[in-house]
Design a protein around this ligand. Structure first.
Ligand code: HPA
Length: 234
């Protein structure tokens, strides 16, 4: 048990999928895992452990934003010795070429600041994905026929953004989408020698202003979960 995770030692798998939304963790565990067992409900941040094709997997909510994800990822790594952490989440599209429902595999995550800023100070650390996971996720996505983009994303600190000029600079520099967690996940994975990747579904679009209708969400998010699972155990 840790401050924020109630699971007993051994109840968390070496591979953890991390959606922001705890109810999406429940849905993904019930939909894709065999024998999912609730292992955490501290603060309602649900976590489940089960198996996928015989492999033990935990799906643990991270909450929204880097400070929240940082708490869960730190405890998963340091207290449960998790080796592979894959964020599964939604993002806002930032390029015309990126459509609603497309999947983005985040090769890098640019950011204004992360909870790790205190360490880096003037250093401009470049958080990046584990290449093996990224390559395996790309192969899995191609095999499924999912429209997929690989490139840089932007991990913002704000959803309601009072600085649209920052988004404009990201768009201008080819950033594919915006979310709020991946940069800190990649930074922690680098610090502790773990594997991390963010597999994202485009749920809304900053340029075209389209948004995924709620009835489409589960099916589109399902592709992302399968891509993450296949990448983890490739
Ligand atoms: N901004 C930040 N995070 C997001 C967005 C967005 O537009 N869409 C989904 N996650």
């Amino acid at each position: 048990m840790t401050i924020h995770i109630g699971a007993k030692p051994g109840e968390i798998a070496e591979t953890v999928l991390m959606p922001g939304d705890p109810y999406r963790a429940k849905w993904a565990a019930e939909t894709f895992l065999e024998n999912p067992v609730l292992v955490n409900e501290v603060r309602g941040m649900l976590g489940f452990t089960g198996t996928w094709k015989g492999h033990k997997v935990t799906i643990q909510g991270s909450g929204m934003g880097m400070p929240s994800l940082s708490i869960y990822a730190n405890e998963l790594i340091k207290d449960y010795d998790v080796k592979t952490l894959i964020r599964i989440g939604s993002c806002g599209g930032m390029q015309e070429s990126v459509g609603i429902r497309d999947v983005i595999l985040a090769m890098t995550a640019s950011t204004v600041s992360t909870p790790s800023l205190g360490i880096f100070k003037e250093l401009n650390f470049a958080p990046c994905a584990d290449y093996g996971l990224l390559a395996a996720a790309h192969s899995a996505a191609m095999a499924k026929g999912t429209k997929t983009h690989v490139g840089g994303i932007y991990s913002s600190d704000v959803f309601y953004d009072e600085r649209p000029d920052l988004n404009e600079q990201m768009v201008r520099h080819g950033i594919l989408g915006v979310e709020m967690e991946a940069a800190e996940l990649y930074t922690l994975a680098a610090r502790y020698g773990r594997r991390a990747l963010a597999v994202l579904t485009v749920s809304d679009h900053l340029i075209t202003h389209e948004a995924l209708p709620s009835e489409d969400r589960e099916r589109s998010f399902g592709d992302m979960v399968e891509i993450a699972l296949e990448a983890a155990f490739a």
